[in-house]
Design a protein around this ligand. Sequence first.
Ligand code: GRF
Length: 198
Amino acid sequence: MAEHKTRLAVFCSGTGSNFRALHRAITEKHIDAEFVLCLSNRSECGAMEYARENGIPALQVSENQYPDYKDFVAAMLYALNEHRIEYIILAGYMRKIPDAIVKTYHERIVNIHPALLPKFGGEGMYGSRVHTAVLSAGETESGATVHMVDEEYDRGRILMQETVPVLPGDTPETLARRVLTCEHELYPRALRKLLNAQ
Ligand code: GRF
């Protein structure tokens, strides 16, 4: 019998560079899992394109498609069931995960945040806002955090963190680039650790 690979869904809204880094780690057999679904609120974005190019089902599920929020949540749950998803990997997904999904996938939703949580997290802390806040606070280091997702923004159990220095003359853009490079190495390492511990 073929060995079971953990079935992953990735949720994305943008470029999908973390998705690519994770997919590469899986292809290179550093992580014993497979992406069987890419779900996005947008039909066109870098992540969805990458999924299509790599034969991973790319599905748009957006609140805009459903006048009733309940139907939107039901569509998401249906897709997750249909693809027999075991873990949800958030990689630049710019929407709040519905509570029903958080409950159903308790301790099985993972996120990466571009700062050292619990600092610089919470509602509204995303993208360049995070790096602007880090620089304004005069921090000498920043980094990335991989954590489990619960009902509150950026508050779930921390799995792994990695630091990067904040350098003199940094702008939100230069800091963002340094943190993102660090994310691409950290996320595969953290996911591998999580899945190996199951
Ligand atoms: C990353 O900085 C990640 O920490 C945050 O969103 C960004 C996604 O970038 N959650 P990408 O789409 O993976 O390139």
